[in-house]
Design a protein around this ligand. Structure first.
Ligand code: GRF
Length: 200
């Protein structure tokens, strides 16, 4: 399976996927490209250090559809079959989503549908939740809204700060995202095109 990963920042989930592909934990797969919409995303360097091709496609004041078309073209010309968003901070246009039907997934640091959007860990913490976690879901044109494929719960401890909680969630994100990509690559999960869900 040829994987394309979209990032905007740190890139730790991207690195987890690349490492799992390289170790063979994610079987018969290649990370064909890492694309960032930010020229200075620290994740780009992590990708380069892992010998993965990187491409920067900045929006640069262009209409969203045009920017998305260019990203789609970079993915398509490399034969990408699964698009993984990993801290990619933009909503994708309906045309982009339609170009990769049921083949775009995202990781989010909360138990969706609770706390979509930015600062999910902080908002969950400040709300006083006792259990939060992370979610891998299909991507549509709405924010953190597509069908849920996998979730992992993380308990909030009395001594937690936003930082310690976020760090524990991030550790689970890396594991959950790798498991999800592995299940898709291995065909263990079939994504049901009608129900837009997953069965094992
Ligand atoms: C992660 O918490 C992810 O769940 C969210 O953005 C963050 C990206 O972190 N969508 P990284 O760039 O993968 O380190």
């Amino acid at each position: 399976m040829r994987i394309g990963i979209l990032i905007s920042g740190r890139g730790s989930n991207m690195a987890a996927i690349v490492d799992a592909v390289k170790s063979g934990e994610i079987p018969e797969s290649t990370v064909a490209v890492v694309i960032s919409d930010k020229r200075h995303a620290p994740g780009l360097e992590h990708a380069r250090l892992r010998n993965v091709e990187t491409v920067v496609v900045e929006r640069g004041g262009r209409p969203r559809a045009q920017h998305d078309d260019e990203i789609a073209e970079e993915l398509t010309k490399r034969g990408v079959e699964l698009v993984c968003l990993a801290g990619f901070m933009r909503l994708l246009s309906p045309q982009f989503v339609a170009s990769f039907p049921d083949r775009i997934i995202n990781i989010h640091p909360s138990l969706l549908p609770a706390f979509p959007g930015v600062d999910a860990q902080k908002r969950a913490f400040e709300h006083g939740v006792k259990v939060t976690g992370c979610t891998v879901h299909l991507v549509n044109e709405h924010l953190d809204n597509g069908k849920i494929l996998a979730q992992r719960a993380v308990e909030v401890r009395p001594e937690d700060t936003v930082e310690t909680l976020s760090a524990r969630i991030l550790t689970e994100e890396h594991k959950l995202y790798v498991e999800a990509v592995k299940n898709i690559a291995a065909g263990t999960w079939a994504i049901d095109f009608d129900r837009k869900g997953v069965f094992t």
